[in-house]
Design a protein around this ligand. Structure first.
Ligand code: IMP
Ligand code: MG
Length: 205
């Protein structure tokens, strides 16, 4: 696995510091919202995090351990199909979104905001349930490739148009367990293809 790495893009120390800072900001905003809707800061059942599987797994595991309030998790899975590989561009829910988000303070979390289709889909479906507030939070943002007009409320790092793996992000299902965010050697990732950033599996999550 190590031999496939070209270079470290964001190392584990940088990630840890940024995730803690993001959590502090998110916690302060959520506490403010709770008070604004007449709830005690530590009231049960008001805050629901919606992590998008599988890429956000490692990020969410670290983020929630810096959030000091009562919260619950509702995991969702979305498949995204890069147009090049399947012709059919877009994002599709795998399974159902939980139907208990009305009046809640919801935070949708993903590993990376790329075309924006995944986050736009989940945000839309959450919005339909009339939550009290909805926020979006991503570790990485790749604005160069945006197709859906969307900005995340909390962004860990903005990166250039580059395919990265590690800290939950995968290529063909592998490399999620790398502690740093890295770029793979071009012979491994297929960079140099017509569109390197969409290289990899047809079904990404
Ligand atoms: P979207 O294009 O914004 O809908 O992002 C779809 C999904 O593609 C993300 O949730 C990631 O799982 C995956 N993805 C996008 N860019 C990368 C990358 O550079 N490395 C690994 N996965 C990625
Ligand atoms: Mg994903």
């Amino acid at each position: 696995m190590q031999a496939d790495i070209d270079r470290v893009v964001i190392d584990r120390g940088q990630i840890a510091r940024r995730v803690e800072a993001m959590a502090r900001e998110l916690a302060a905003d959520l506490e403010h919202d709770l008070r604004a809707t007449g709830h005690a800061p530590d009231e049960s059942g008001q805050i629901v995090l919606v992590p998008i599987l599988t890429g956000s797994l490692v990020f969410v595991a670290d983020l929630i351990r810096h959030l000091p309030m009562k919260l619950s998790l509702e995991l969702v899975a979305v498949s995204s199909y890069p147009g090049q590989a399947t012709q059919s561009k877009g994002a599709k829910m795998r399974g159902e979104l939980p139907q208990n988000l009305r009046g809640k303070h919801v935070v949708v979390i993903d590993d990376i905001l790329d075309s924006g289709r995944t986050l736009a889909l989940v945000k839309h479906l959450v919005q339909e349930q009339a939550p009290a507030t909805i926020r979006t939070c991503v570790l990485l943002d790749k604005p160069a490739r945006r197709e859906a007009p969307l900005r995340a409320d909390y962004v860990g790092f903005e990166i250039e148009d580059l395919f990265v793996v590690g800290y939950g992000l995968d290529f063909d299902g592998f490399y999620r367990n790398l502690p740093d965010i890295v770029a793979l050697r071009s012979e491994v990732s297929g960079a140099g293809d017509a569109n390197p950033a969409t290289a990899g599996t047809a079904d990404r999550c």
